[in-house]
Design a protein around this ligand. Structure first.
Ligand code: 2P0
Length: 332
């Protein structure tokens, strides 16, 4: 049985039918920031991770997608009102994702609008594939539950499994080969005053994308062997911290988790280093602020930008320390 066959079989299990209910549909999803990261796949075709992860959604920052069935030769992918060439890697990844759903004789026109300001330096594959899974669910009127939508989104991009939810989301790594238990759940806890600060260092193209970066780490980093168990433990610690509203535990664990993930990247050969000199300066500034009694932590993804974690009582101090910071309070 080849991998494509497996993917098709999983889709057959998930969705009730392949008859479109209408010609046009919509989906919308927010980006999410992992407080305990997804880094490494145990299976690439289905995006099955080596470890669980836990994230917070950023309301209002994400993707709006419109899906239309058209008579044409190729699928059409429009990104922020620009038609992409069929051989563009973004279009090809979409074609590959949409192939199992293609109604005979029709093509998909996908119009995707990112509501993340490009200047914020946030990745959009998470919100993009979550929005697309929601649009497909609408187009075919499958009426899938959130867990099935999370699996569908995860097959587009791992982190998209978490963007099906708002607020905190926990993506269970799962054990099964078919990935039916590798699914995110929304956590019901809220946390008024919980704040995320986006510190932009550089928003240009990164040296290596996260899909390739994590594969390289899994294959060529000895330190990576320690990662899955640590990440699993840290997901649990962060979940407890959310339940108990223990900000110190949450911040310390999230920062330690991010630095550990980046340590595995640096210990890969050839090395992967997403940081720039300004990233390190910002980290040092955060450590100084903590010494001065201002409780702020950071996390970082596959790029040079920092995401600060703090509580509303420190908002003014953070705004003073970081010019041009974008602050989001997911729960108001
Ligand atoms: C995360 N990242 O948990 C981690 C932290 C980047 C660093 O999820 O290959 O774009 O599409 O499954 O989801 C980025 O990985 O990778 C990511 P694919 P994805 O947010």
């Amino acid at each position: 049985m080849n991998m494509n066959m497996t993917k098709q079989q999983i889709i057959n299990q998930l969705i009730p039918h392949l008859q479109p209910a209408k010609l046009q549909a919509k989906g919308e999803a927010d980006v999410n920031i992992a407080l305990s990261k997804y880094w490494g796949k145990r299976q690439t075709e289905l995006n099955l991770p080596t470890n669980s992860s836990l994230s917070i959604g950023l309301p209002g920052l994400g993707t709006k997608t419109q899906l239309t069935l058209i008579e044409a030769e190729h699928n059409q992918a429009w990104l922020n009102n620009q038609l992409l060439a069929p051989d563009n890697p973004f279009s090809q990844r979409l074609d590959n994702y949409l192939a199992p759903f293609q109604p005979s004789g029709l093509k998909f026109k996908l119009q995707t609008q990112n509501t993340v300001p490009t200047a914020a330096g946030l990745a959009s594959s998470a919100s993009g594939y979550a929005a697309l899974a929601l649009a497909l669910n609408d187009l075919f009127d499958w009426q899938l539950d959130p867990a099935s939508l999370s699996i569908l989104a995860r097959m587009g991009s791992g982190s998209a499994s978490r963007s099906i939810y708002q607020g905190f989301a926990l993506w269970h790594k799962g054990e099964r080969e078919d990935g039916m238990d590798s699914v995110a759940q929304g956590l019901s806890h809220t946390w008024p005053g919980f704040s995320i600060g986006l510190v932009k260092i550089d928003v240009n193209q990164k040296p290596i994308g996260s899909t390739a970066g994590m594969q390289q780490t899994v294959k060529h980093c000895e330190l990576y062997q320690a990662w899955p168990a640590q990440a699993e433990r840290q997901v649990k610690l962060i979940q407890q911290a959310i339940e108990q509203r223990d900000f110190t535990r949450l911040g310390e664990t999230a920062e330690h988790n991010a630095l550990s993930m980046h340590a595995t990247m640096m210990a890969t050969w050839p090395p992967i280093l997403y940081w720039q000199a300004e990233s390190v300066s910002a980290m040092q500034k955060i450590w100084q602020l903590r010494q001065q009694g201002i409780e702020v932590y950071f996390t970082m993804d596959a790029g040079p930008n920092l995401k600060l974690l703090f509580l509303a009582e420190n908002k003014k101090a953070i705004e003073t320390a970081f010019e041009n910071i974008t602050i989001i309070q997911p729960f108001g």
